[in-house]
Design a protein around this ligand. Structure first.
Ligand code: T1G
Length: 692
């Protein structure tokens, strides 16, 4: 599938046809060039229209071809664009829906452009860690002006076509049928010469150096570890300061450098990982889904309230069930407060505020949620409480309703067994704050029906979550791995580190928050409760006692004004705590461990490789479907640095044999049993292979 050529009267029409979004793969590029040649040879043809079949004009270069020889095989995108620009007959791009990246660069090479209103116009390459590599940084500033082009290229965000109607990018915004308008326009311009070329437009921007220097400073401050945004500014600067062909050459050099960077490979990996996560080997894409028109949530606490907001934000009515009026009122008031805060920040219109608040209601009566299409339980993390709730739900919910639990670690199969409809039971593990964090772990019970899975996956997209499917085990994917990470963090304290040294080491790598700051934020008592359960269930696993000693001091974290760190009233900034550090030093002495200086490298290796090793067990047990799913869990739910691509991609980048070698070194230290490589990791390392 590539592109269709047909002649309609005196017009040649080339329709890009490479589903799903007309990525400009090699076959498509060849078909375009052949189409132009045929149009040249056909004397009856006086003008050429290029358009896109299906859901897009074009989503850009075919990123599935990246890192393969096809990506740059002739005719390259550059060549195709030159063929269009140098065509002897007028070429008109008829643009609808999506015109992005190489697709927009291709349109910029045409002589004229007509768009339907609402078409999403973007050069999003920066989001893949690269920059427009087929003339976009040189032509777009000529078509829409320096500032608009710079904003579009550095942000990568789409602009709706009608907003660019007054620029040289579009000759017309076609309100009616696009092809009718394009045909009429093509006939109007068929004889017009010379053919207009975007490359010939002069950029007129007085004192552009000052503007670009200001832009560089701004972009440098916000681009973090990513080199692409700043390179975008340099490329756009060349559009003003260099001759066109020199600018093209400069852009090419920058593109070829960026496409090889780890940061870009990580972003491209994350792009595909996010889309792969919703694909289940045994649940076909066309599995019928159940209709979800209304939602119920059991529990109006922090999680229940946040979960309810997700559905209201997606325009779905949601009813929250509580046992006591006071708890219900408190929960509804908290939701309203959250929306008011967003309204005050100007991130929500009054109309949306009113709409969302109106979609959320409360009740104390199970009967009043019986007709909901899905009910999500978000009550206390205790199996006996879950049992009561699910027995009640089983008794009242209409047939076909989906019964979901927000449990973060408990056995979903056991929960399903409390009901007579285990096929309708599933885990929907939201991450706090539930209305903010993108990750949704979808826990598949042994009996969860395929259409229930497909429905919840589709629903996760509707509420703008990244749904990742997990099998049933203690902690599912994310929390099971974080347990090993936390164990190492505790051992590091006993062996010589302070909480702030451990946190700073991983935050330097780009983590949003180190383990101890994260504990203080989430509440150290949560981990304490889970460890107490694990001491009974898994007595062979040794934890550092420091976390328990901290909780015995009542230092649960920010919510108690003190945790691993001290906090000042009204100030969320963590201050190193002398009391805690003394406790740690005393504890090392009590257990006879001689404290030593520990490098940041050892800290980051032990924390991250502990995650990777547990992930390898999770993969070989089939709890996760693929390594990139685990990357998505950590990128969207645990603040793992995006520029590394996630723990599995990071391990691949380091080299699995190097990861195993480091683990062998740590296996000689304290609690060496924790460093036994998972068989899958050992195998891949020995074979020189990667997870992804
Ligand atoms: N190439 C190949 N496949 C693509 C693709 C692309 N450019 N864009 C999307 N897909 C696939 C995607 O993997 C998924 O596949 C399906 O299309 C639907 O995607 C030289 C070098 C276009 C706005 O960065 O932003 O041009 O999982 O679920 O929500 O300068 O996809 O179904 O098998 O996202 O309707 C620049 C990236 C490339 C655009 C559609 N272009 N894509 O959103 O559907 S680099 C981009 C998007 C470039 C030049 C450079 C979105 C979309 P599957 P989807 P959607």
């Amino acid at each position: 599938m590539s592109a269709e050529y047909q002649v309609q009267g005196n017009l040649a029409v080339i329709s890009l046809n490479n589903p799903p979004v007309n990525g400009l793969g090699h076959a498509t590029r060849q078909a375009i060039v052949q189409g132009i040649s045929r149009a040249h040879e056909d004397a009856a043809v006086t003008a050429i229209i290029i358009t896109g079949a299906g859901r897009a004009f074009s989503g850009g270069a075919d990123i599935k071809e990246f890192n393969s020889p096809k990506a740059f095989a002739e005719p390259s995108l550059h060549t195709v664009i030159s063929v269009l620009e140098d065509a002897e007959k007028p070429v008109i791009a008829a643009i609808h829906s999506v015109c992005m990246g190489g697709g927009l660069e291709l349109a910029l090479g045409c002589h004229y452009r007509i768009a339907s209103p609402g078409a999403q116009i973007a050069l999003p390459e920066v989001k893949l860690g690269i920059l427009p590599g087929a003339g976009g940084t040189q032509r777009l500033p000529r078509a829409v002006g320096l500032e608009t082009a710079l904003n579009m290229i550095v942000s990568g965000n789409p602009v709706s076509s009608e907003k660019l109607a007054q620029t040289a990018l579009f000759n017309q915004i076609a309100e009616g049928d696009l092809m009718t308008a394009a045909t009429a326009f093509a006939n109007q311009v068929a004889a017009v010469r010379p053919l207009p070329k975007v490359r010939d437009i002069r950029i007129d921007y007085p004192n552009y150096e000052a503007f670009l220097q200001f832009s560089r400073n701004t972009v440098k401050a916000m681009s973090g570890p990513f080199p692409a945004p700043l390179a975008c500014v340099d490329a756009v600067a060349a559009a003003v300061s260099k001759k066109f062909d020199d600018g093209i050459q400069f852009e090419r050099e920058l593109f070829l450098k960026l496409v090889q960077t780890t940061e870009s490979k990580a972003l491209r990996h994350a792009f595909f990982a996010e889309r792969a996560a919703s694909k289940l080997p045994d649940v076909p894409d066309d599995t019928p889904v159940r209709t979800i028109k209304s939602v119920a949530v059991v529990g109006a606490g922090t999680m229940g309230g946040g979960i309810a907001m997700n559905f209201a934000n997606a325009g779905i009515p949601v009813r929250i069930l509580e046992m006591k009026q006071e708890a219900l009122d408190k929960g509804l008031a908290t939701i309203r407060k959250n929306y008011e805060n967003t309204l005050k920040k100007g991130k929500l219109t009054q109309e949306k505020f009113d709409q969302r608040v109106a979609l959320i209601s409360g009740t104390l009566d199970y009967q009043e949620i019986a007709q909901a299409d899905i009910v999500i339980e978000a009550v206390f993390e205790d199996m006996s409480v879950k049992q009561q709730v699910f027995q009640q739900l089983d008794a009242v919910m209409k047939p076909g309703a989906i019964l979901a639990s927000n449990t973060s670690t408990l056995d979903v199969d056991k929960i399903a067994a409390f009901t007579r409809r285990p096929q309708d039971v599933i885990g929907t593990h939201f991450f706090s704050p539930a209305n903010v964090m993108k990750l949704l772990e979808i826990v598949r019970g042994k009996q969860t029906a395929k259409d229930v899975l497909a429905t919840v996956l589709a629903l996760s997209k509707k509420i703008r979550k990244t749904g990742v499917v997990s099998g049933v085990c203690d902690g599912f994917i994310g929390n099971r791995m974080i347990e090993q990470y936390s164990r190492q963090a505790g051992y590091l304290l006993e062996e010589g580190c302070t909480p702030e040294q451990v946190d700073k080491a991983v935050e330097k790598l780009g983590f949003a928050m180190g383990p101890f700051r994260m504990g203080d934020l989430a509440g150290n008592d949560i981990g304490w409760y889970i460890r107490k359960r694990r001491y009974v269930e898994k007595p062979h696993i040794v934890y550092s006692k420091t976390a328990d000693l901290l909780c015995e001091m009542g230092r649960f974290g920010q919510k108690t004004g003190a945790g691993w760190y001290d906090y000042k009233p009204g100030d969320r900034k963590p201050y190193p705590s002398a009391v805690v550090n003394e406790m740690i030093v005393k504890h090392s002495a009590d257990i006879g461990v001689e404290r030593r200086k520990i490098s940041d490298q050892e800290i980051t290796e032990r924390l991250i490789y502990a995650l990777v090793n547990e992930a390898a067990y999770i993969l070989e047990e089939g709890i996760a479907n693929r390594a990139s799913d685990i990357d998505m869990v950590y990128l969207t739910g645990y603040g793992f640095p995006l520029h590394t691509g996630g723990p599995m991609f990071y391990a691949d980048t380091v080299g699995l044999s190097n990861v195993v070698r480091a683990m062998e070194k740590y296996a000689k230290g304290r609690h060496g049993e924790a460093w036994k490589p998972a068989p899958l990791l050992a195998k891949l390392a020995a074979e020189g292979k990667t997870f992804n």
